[in-house]
Write a protein that binds this ligand. Structure first.
Ligand code: ZN
Ligand code: ZN
Length: 604
């Protein structure tokens, strides 16, 4: 059989193996990461997908002369089985919470004297250290310099070159100079003269810059090095125009080529202390720091600053939430009318994705969706991270629950909302599930807690009504949300998988999602998600307290509720919420969408 007869993936592996052979590499590890450890990857760093054909967002590929396998978790097993069929690549099932099983596999499989290669630039520092220790113990060599994909991936996308643009007032409410001054104060407090940042959202926040190098996240590919007087952005040439360069220079921000970072770090003097965040820097970048430099490991101070939105930010966020809510009313009123029209061709999950984006795009300040819309009908709603594709999607007809999780990027904020609506008739069992999820959402939304409370501790409050009924759900209750930045950001995380460490403390100004759910595989899925803001709730002899201000404005479908399960205070919470949704969205709506808003915000 000639190589042209091979499955295209098998042909790529054959080419890769011949390069591995030439370079005396016995195993190649390809993580799903970029040099900035981003959640979503620019096309250039989607090498694992290119080489394996597996398109899931989480997966690690290992190739040896005789074996190739993709390690991924349960969410992706069905998809991976389909996509890996015929490629010769095995699916290696990761059990949850054990993402280093491939390290154990390498340690057990490789023999003394052999060489494992990985591009250190796309390997997280923590995992790189574990890998290095595990291999060292068995006398296996780890090679982290060099990127083998360069030699086999002929049409590899280049560096993303989308222009960088300023995030300007009134939406940028703190100046670049003030943000840099606060950062320098934090560096001084920690005893660092220099600070290296690779996390793209931290860089975008700090410099009041945005870009479009990555889908959904308005960031750009760069590293930043900050000292007492200057800051240097390492960014590809041509991305920042002359006017913006001048504005940056006025704030002491200089530009350098993206690939000049290694050389710059190599020149650092012996007596300096460099602050890095070991969770947000790659193994390869860490290797560029000469041994003579004192390295201080700490969480990027920008993470804390970025998470605490100012009152001025909140004014814009509330306005963005009104526009987003109005777009959703237009969408839902269209959806109901379309589903009720017997003349209309049946809708599919793909129509939902398209129409919801069209409705948002009509709104002022809209930039892009904030993540890929999840529209799951019936059993598809029970698949977390479900994405309808042209090849595989459901037609929305008959009876069932439709789960829609979507969001938008606006110049004045980032939104993320999940609603479940009934199509046709709704069953009592679905109403009970929906109501228990809603009770969890309302319980946490109404919670008052001490300032500094560790965010993971709040998770159980949203779960309690479900636990009482012997039910649970397999994801965290809430994540931090950016201000016209990433839809997932830290340091707070309302999740049982997050440790209640000091950095997870709840502070005023943070925006977090509350999104409990319930999933019955093969039947239906429910999730109700609002974004909330930590606002001060007074001081007692026990200290300062915070409470949640609900930011998201969109009716929660009361047809799904089993009213007898609601307490009076819960009913009151829901009615108050709907009164506020009606009052704030009505001025932005007219016609059918306004009528829909009135109908769906009626008190229960
Ligand atoms: Zn969501
Ligand atoms: Zn969310």
């Amino acid at each position: 059989m000639s190589s042209t007869d091979l499955h295209p993936i098998a042909a790529r592996l054959t080419r890769l193996r011949s390069v591995m052979h030439q370079q005396q590499i016995d195993a190649l590890l390809i993580p799903s990461a970029d040099p900035h450890l981003s959640e979503y990857l620019p096309a250039r760093w989607q090498g694992r997908e290119w080489l394996s054909g597996f398109t899931g967002s989480v997966g690690t590929l290992i190739v040896t002369p005789q074996f190739a396998g993709v390690w991924t978790d349960a969410r992706y097993w069905t998809q991976a089985e389909q996509q890996l069929a015929g490629t010769g690549i095995s699916l290696m099932k990761l059990s949850s919470g054990a993402s280093i099983q491939y390290v154990d596999w390498l340690a057990a499989t490789m023999q003394a004297g052999q060489t494992v290669a990985v591009d250190g630039n796309v390997l997280g520092l923590a995992i790189g250290r574990q890998l290095s220790l595990a291999l060292q113990a068995n006398d296996v060599r780890l090679r982290t310099e060099g990127d083998l994909l360069e030699q086999v991936w002929e049409e590899r996308p280049g560096m993303p070159l989308s222009p960088v643009y300023p995030h300007l007032p009134p939406y940028a409410t703190v100046s670049r100079a003030d943000k840099l001054a606060s950062l320098r104060a934090a560096m001084q407090k920690l005893g660092a003269q220099l600070h290296l940042i690779s996390a793209l959202d931290d860089i975008a926040y700090l410099f009041n810059l945005r870009g479009s190098d990555i889908s959904f996240n308005p960031v750009f590919v760069a590293h930043a090095l900050i000292d007492a007087q200057h800051a240097t952005l390492f960014v590809s040439a041509g991305k920042i125009d002359a006017a913006l360069q001048a504005a940056l220079a006025a704030d002491g921000v200089l530009l350098a080529p993206y690939d000049a970072l290694a050389a710059r770090l190599d020149q650092l003097p012996a007596d300096c202390t460099l602050l890095i965040d070991p969770r947000r820097i790659s193994y390869g970048t860490r290797q560029w720091i000469p041994a003579r430099v004192q390295v201080l490991d700490a969480i990027n101070p920008a993470i804390f600053a970025k998470s605490r939105k100012s009152e001025a930010d909140l004014v814009h966020v509330r306005a963005a939430m009104e526009q987003d809510g109005a777009a959703l009313c237009e969408f839902f009123s269209w959806l109901e009318a379309t589903l009720a029209d017997p003349q209309r061709a049946p809708l599919t999950e793909l129509d939902i994705d398209r129409e919801i984006t069209v409705a948002r795009a009509r709104r002022p300040g809209f930039v892009s969706p904030s993540f890929a819309t999840i529209a799951g009908f019936r059993s598809n709603g029970a698949i977390m991270h479900y994405r309808a594709t042209p090849a595989q999607h459901a037609v929305i007809e008959g009876d069932g629950l439709l789960l829609i999780d979507s969001g938008g990027q606006y110049l004045g904020g980032t939104t993320d909302i999940t609603r479940v609506v009934p199509v046709g008739r709704i069953e009592a069992a679905q109403q009970r599930d929906f109501t228990l999820v809603l009770k969890g959402m309302m319980a946490l939304s109404a919670t008052r807690f001490p300032r500094g409370c560790k965010s993971p501790m709040l998770d159980a409050i949203a779960r309690a009504p479900l636990w009482a009924a012997g039910m649970d759900f397999g994801h965290g209750t809430g994540h931090g949300v950016g201000y016209f930045l990433n839809v997932h950001e830290g340091p707070q995380s309302i999740s049982p998988s997050a440790m209640p460490e000091p950095h997870t403390a709840m502070e005023a100004g943070m925006i977090t999602s509350i999104e409990p759910g319930l999933y019955r595989p093969g039947q239906w899925g429910i999730r109700i998600e609002n974004l909330v803001h930590n606002r001060p709730a007074g001081t007692t002899e026990f200290g300062d307290f915070l409470e949640f201000e609900t930011l998201t404005l969109c009716p929660i479908d009361t047809r799904c509720i089993e009213l007898t399960l609601l307490r009076d205070d819960e009913r009151q919470w829901l009615n108050d919420y709907h009164a506020s949704v009606r009052q704030r969205l009505a001025p932005l709506l007219s016609g059918a969408a306004l009528a829909w808003l009135q109908l769906r915000t009626e008190a229960v």
